[in-house]
Ligand binder design. Structure first.
Ligand SMILES: Cc1ncc(COP(=O)(O)OP(=O)(O)O)c(N)n1
Ligand code: TZP
Ligand code: MG
Length: 221
């Protein structure tokens, strides 16, 4: 993908743990929600199978589901990113990999990769943004959590909209997607603060009307 900024406007993240309110099997539920989100116009999908109620303890099932999500994303020409699991991502040639500050270092991912995956890095402080801002091996930052979130138990302290503004004031020009507690109501504030896009779990996975939510997040009202 040449233009990373163009994949960030509505960046959907999910795993089966985020779709437990539906009545089907975990895999069916995720695929159902992902298909609706793709039809509605999400610009990127991150497969994040993690924590209680996820398939993290069942690698073959997780891999099968990852392939199904990847195929769906391909049909819609939407980048398919894998969270944390480098081995899975590289073995199925995911378009990209997202890692946090405590995950596998980017250098070691790229040393193992036989192709150039898109690389996203989580940023939780201004210092981290500045330290990584000129690294050519990192394609985008995921900045957050901006607001309170129920979707990640062990999250870093909330940084607020001010963090995005400060990152931009410090001349960080790298593509940035904001994450954490973002919904239809606050997405425009997030963009106005300097983010290129919004990354959401619950706003889409828990939505009663995914098409309307995706449109609202994209600000195509
Ligand atoms: C786009 C995006 N931004 C941030 C994160 C969070 O990554 P991390 O801090 O490694 O936490 P986990 O998602 O791995 O629990 C993300 N996943 N995506
Ligand atoms: C994975 C992650 N990293 C920081 S906050 C968060 C969860 C975002 O989920 P939600 O959009 O439901 O607040
Ligand atoms: Mg991580």
């Amino acid at each position: 993908m040449n233009n990373i900024r163009s994949m960030l406007p509505v960046y959907f993240i999910a795993g089966t743990q985020d779709c437990r309110h539906l009545t089907g099997s975990p895999a069916e539920n995720l695929l159902n929600i992902l298909q609706r989100a793709l039809k509605a116009g999400i610009t990127c999908f991150q497969f994040r199978e993690k924590g209680t109620n996820s398939l993290a303890q069942d690698p073959p099932l997780k891999r099968r589901l990852a392939r199904q999500c990847q195929q769906l994303c391909r049909q819609f020409n939407v980048p398919f990113i894998i969270n944390d699991d480098i081995e899975l991502a590289l073995s199925i040639q995911a378009d990209g990999i997202h890692v946090g500050q405590k995950d596998t270092p980017v250098e070691s991912i790229l040393a193992r990769a036989a192709y150039k995956p898109i690389i996203g890095l989580s940023i939780n402080t201004l210092e981290q943004a500045v330290a990584n801002k000129d690294r050519p091996d990192i394609d985008y930052f995921g900045i957050g959590p901006i607001f309170a979130t129920q979707s990640k138990a062990d999250h870093a302290p909330i940084v607020g909209l001010e963090c995005i503004r400060q990152v931009r004031r410090l001349s960080v020009t790298k593509p940035c997607v904001a994450i954490g507690g973002i919904n239809e109501m606050n997405a425009s504030d997030v963009r106005d603060s300097g983010a290129d896009g919004v990354a959401v779990i619950s706003a889409i996975s828990q939505s009663a009307d995914i098409a309307r939510t995706v449109r609202a997040l994209a600000l195509q009202r």
